[in-house]
Design a protein around this ligand. Structure first.
Ligand SMILES: [Zn+2]
Length: 230
């Protein structure tokens, strides 16, 4: 009996030791993995606009909106995950984002917005206009939602501060952008810039600027979550 208790005691001690080592390893690997997600309990639905056979807007030099939307969406996902947010994407990521990606019908998108349990949603797009001089990021929200309006204000002020303090664009309410009114949570649509403006297009094609846009949107989302306790 005494021998058994000694063996049990040794086994328990070994288990505790192994447990402590395993805990240290997990803790160390987490600290090396800033993309560990889902820690703060908030789920962000990111919708990279268009995709597949629908390129969205295409610039004179052939830049496809859908590819840029995906690039910025992926950087946004990376930033948000590093701050503990969980991410859902409406469309996936295949190979090089400036090449292949999957498309979704508008019904598929609506279904994802309806069925995904999320804290808030952001749809990523690029703008195009006949006048080449027109430029600047702008944020849309569903006009029937006060929460969406508040989120749009914070995202737009972050975009202005991070990308171009001279950008005077105001947020715009809309009642017919289906992705904004379909979901149950606050939602905004960000037009990150004009690919019809050659200077803005060149910036949008660089990884550095794509990251800046994504970081600005991330900051706006974080400020909203803090300010409104969602
Ligand atoms: Zn678009």
């Amino acid at each position: 009996m005494k021998k058994y208790s000694k063996e049990i005691a040794v086994t328990i001690a070994l288990c505790l030791l192994l447990g402590a080592v395993a805990y240290r390893v997990v803790e160390a690997s987490n600290s090396l993995l800033p993309m560990f997600n889902g820690k703060n309990g908030r789920v962000i639905l990111i919708d990279p606009g268009h995709g597949g056979s629908d390129p969205g807007a295409v610039s004179a030099r052939g830049t496809k909106e859908s590819a840029l939307n995906m690039r910025i969406a992926m950087f946004l996902a990376e930033y948000l995950m590093s701050y503990g947010y969980e991410i859902r994407l409406t469309r996936g990521y295949k190979g090089d984002a400036l090449g292949m990606d999957e498309g979704l019908s508008s019904n598929d998108r609506k279904r994802i917005f309806l069925e995904t349990d999320h804290t808030l949603a952001v749809s990523i797009h690029m703008n195009k206009y006949s006048d080449e001089s027109v430029k600047g990021a702008e944020t849309f929200y569903y006009s029937q939602s006060e929460e969406s309006r508040a989120l749009a204000e914070l995202v737009q002020s972050s975009l202005v501060a991070e990308l171009d303090p001279t950008n005077k664009r105001q947020i715009k309410g809309s009642s017919d952008l289906y992705v904004l009114k379909t979901g149950r949570a606050p939602a905004v649509l960000v037009e990150c810039g004009y690919i019809s403006n050659p200077t803005e297009e060149m910036k949008l094609l660089t990884t550095e600027y794509q990251r800046k846009v994504a970081f600005a949107i991330c900051c706006g989302i974080m400020r909203y979550c803090e300010a409104y306790g969602v």
